[in-house]
Design a protein. Structure first.
Length: 305
């Protein structure tokens, strides 16, 4: 199997942006270059990495799996480049990081592992908390930064928020569900079904923001802060849910398959990002860490104030 580092970069950009045109703009290349690179990569892997949707492109389950390997490839290349620099000047210091539980469990651990390999002299101290408590701790200086599910604007006037990654939200279904044979599914179809609501990190309240725009919404048969409970119940055929691709895994703990389907109704993605204080000078180790976060998450970033 042969593929180039450029193909990996183009794949990561397309996965992060969700649109080939936007990925091309970010990398300052033509859209046809992105398309060709992905087609060649799919040919080498003998699998489909993306499917087209009404809003752009979405990763297939196989694409999600390859995304993790692609990030490892990118991190390994960076580690090799950084090792020479560290021989002359090793960055050091302590970074105090607050995270919510879903971020810790489903997003940050691989990034932290790679960061320790690249910057062994920087100690990262982790603290788990709610979005509000982390925001307050960053504002008062007891934490250097927080990594959170991002709202539309910064959660506190004393902090600045930077979005790292956008995860699309899709419908999770059991493997024998009738909707799997339906070409187009919208929220009105989902509203009629037994629904399992995830409450972890305020997920259900976030979901209500787009459900409130609809003429009807589901009445959950069960609410839980356990992602694995949601996955097990769906795999067993007890209901459906809409959650982000960050949380998706193909198999439940009981060995039942959980399927994904795109929705015709446009709903907002799940944004992951970090916050830092506006009123404190950012320590050097924190600047190194946030720069690495942006590279490792392989996503265009924007700031909200």
């Amino acid at each position: 199997m042969t593929f180039s580092f450029r193909q990996i970069r183009y794949f990561l950009a397309a996965a992060s942006c969700g649109q080939l045109s936007q990925a091309a703009n970010e990398l300052n290349v033509s859209q046809s270059a992105i398309t060709t690179a992905i087609k060649l990569l799919e040919s080498e892997l003998e699998t489909k990495l993306f499917v087209r949707s009404s809003t752009g492109v979405l990763l297939t389950p196989e694409g999600e799996n390859f995304l993790r390997h692609a990030r490892d490839i990118l991190a390994s290349v960076e580690a090799g480049l950084q090792s020479t620099r560290h021989a002359l000047h090793a960055e050091s210091g302590v970074v105090r990081v607050g995270m919510t539980s879903s971020i810790a469990g489903y997003f940050m651990i691989p990034i932290l592992s790679r960061f320790h390999r690249v910057y062994p002299e920087i100690e990262v101290i982790l603290e788990e908390g709610s979005r509000d408590s982390i925001s307050s701790s960053v504002a008062n200086g007891s934490l250097d930064l927080g990594i959170l599910l991002m709202p539309k604007k910064a959660p506190n006037e004393a902090v600045t928020a930077t979005v790292l990654h956008h995860w699309p939200r899709r419908l999770w279904l059991p493997s024998n569900h009738p909707l799997l044979t339906v070409e187009k599914i919208d929220l009105s179809d989902v509203a009629k079904l037994p629904y399992i609501a995830l409450t972890l990190d305020d997920a259900w309240n976030h979901a209500l923001r787009y459900w409130e725009l609809m003429p009807s919404r589901p009445e959950p048969i069960y609410k839980t802060d356990s992602i694995e409970a949601v996955r097990n119940m769906i795999g067993a055929g007890m209901g459906v849910t809409i959650l982000s691709d960050m949380l998706y895994r193909r198999w439940s703990l009981e060995g039942h398959r959980v399927e994904l389907r795109d929705l015709e109704t446009k709903i907002p993605p799940l944004d992951i990002g970090y916050i830092i204080s506006k009123n404190r000078e950012t320590p050097a180790a924190t600047r190194v860490f946030t720069a690495y976060l942006q590279r490792a998450s392989s996503s265009p970033t924007y700031r909200s104030t």
